[in-house]
Write a protein that binds this ligand. Sequence first.
Ligand code: M7G
Length: 184
Amino acid sequence: GVHPLHDKWVLYYNGPSKDKSANWEDLVKRVMTFDTVEDFWGLFNNIPRVEDLANQSDYNLFRDPIFPAWEHPDNREGGKWLLAVSGGDIQGLSRMWLDSCLFAIGEQFEDTKEICGVVVSVRPRGHKLCLWTRSALDEEKTVALGKAWKEALGLGPESKIKYQIHSSSVQSQRSFPKGEAYSL
Ligand code: M7G
């Protein structure tokens, strides 16, 4: 049988660009939309694994119709939980990317619409895994989500995650500005 998901999800990819004048948004390519568990696995098993991506690549999995940009209406009041993963641990990054995808599409979390998407960024100088959430100023919801995500990733108290508000990224035009709103 087919196992429907609660929502439609869209996978986007953006890779390294030689064209420095290119608009960031234009580099973000829609790969596929799906709304069943089976189509998720079909997609996942047929695209390059995180281990095989070129440096500077990102996969973004977002709830339709949210575009993975700070400026999108569903992200404008949101932010992201960030887990830094050491450059040498590409296997760990790959496993936690899958766990994060399943965490998002599985809708295990009771306040499920709070999750906008998940992003993996392959950066050999320091990989990043992010959970984008909708309501940055709602500390209770945001912290509860961060805890649930850490648990889904099997992270212990020694692993720290920090939360950054998208409006600071808009202001600084940087994905990872200094400072954080919350940490866990
Ligand atoms: P990144 O690849 O997320 O960070 O963003 P990193 O290179 O530090 O690993 C690189 C650049 O892409 C940013 O400095 C922005 O110029 C642009 N960029 C990334 N994101 C996620 C956005 C976004 O949501 N909106 C806009 N306008 N630019 C972005």
